[in-house]
Design a protein. Structure first.
Lengths: 210, 10
């Protein structure tokens, strides 16, 4: 554990909680892509199945349980409790175009051809593109609320910090996981355009040009 | 083999 990973994890946690609180407090999920949230729920579920097979640390276990719990709570709020406010018409990204190629890639390129390992690989690849329905929705409606941009910023920051974490681990532990690194770079790059807008507009709600 | 590789990151 190093400082980049710890802050990265906390940033990830902050993003998830910001989104949950935003929906809960405003009693609305307008502007939020339910599809991205379903993808994140799938990401956490397929990645953290190792909760059942291996114990890393109390920290690790607690964070995994919290991430999974929050992901499903978010999906529940969007599709059940506040579904009247869900903007399905604008959430029109075709997720099968992500899930199917990512599934194929996970079967082809992985560390070990075993059930849990392929699911882990699938989750890593899927996470790198899971935000696309959300970004697509913002580009389609042309706007995002301030709080939604904070959510996206924390999520992007988490991934950027993980890149520093991997550089750290490579130098000090000789550790590197090529699959995680490549997917992490792809994921961070997807946020670059957003980061630029976030910083130049002071994080205020913005008009997003297509 | 199920889950041979141990992943310690989140």
């Amino acid at each position: 554990m190093n400082i980049f990973r710890l802050i990265g994890d906390l940033s990830h946690l902050a993003a998830i909680i910001i989104l949950l609180l935003k929906i809960w407090k405003s009693r609305s999920c307008a502007g939020i892509s339910g599809k991205s949230q379903i993808l994140f729920a799938i990401v956490f579920t397929t990645r953290y199945l190792d909760l059942l097979t291996s114990f890393i640390s109390l920290y690790n276990t607690c964070m995994k349980v919290i991430y999974i719990g929050c992901a499903y709570a978010t999906v529940y709020l969007i599709y059940m409790k506040f579904r009247a406010t869900y903007d399905g018409n604008h959430d029109s990204f075709r997720v099968e175009f992500l899930v199917v190629p990512v599934g194929g890639l996970a079967v082809l390129i992985n560390h070990d051809f075993s059930f849990l390992e392929i699911l882990w690989t699938f989750s890593i690849y899927l996470e790198s593109v899971a935000i696309l329905p959300q970004l697509f929705m913002i580009s389609k409606t042309g706007e995002a609320e301030t709080i939604t941009t904070h959510y996206l910023f924390c999520l992007g920051l988490y991934r950027a910090l993980y890149l520093f974490n991997w550089i750290w681990r490579f130098y000090f532990e000789g550790f590197f996981d090529m699959i995680a690194i490549v997917a992490g770079v792809v994921q961070t790059v997807l946020y670059c355009d957003f980061f630029y807008l976030y910083v130049t507009k002071d994080g205020k709600g913005y008009r997003f040009s297509i | 083999v199920i889950g041979r590789t141990k992943h310690d990151e989140l």
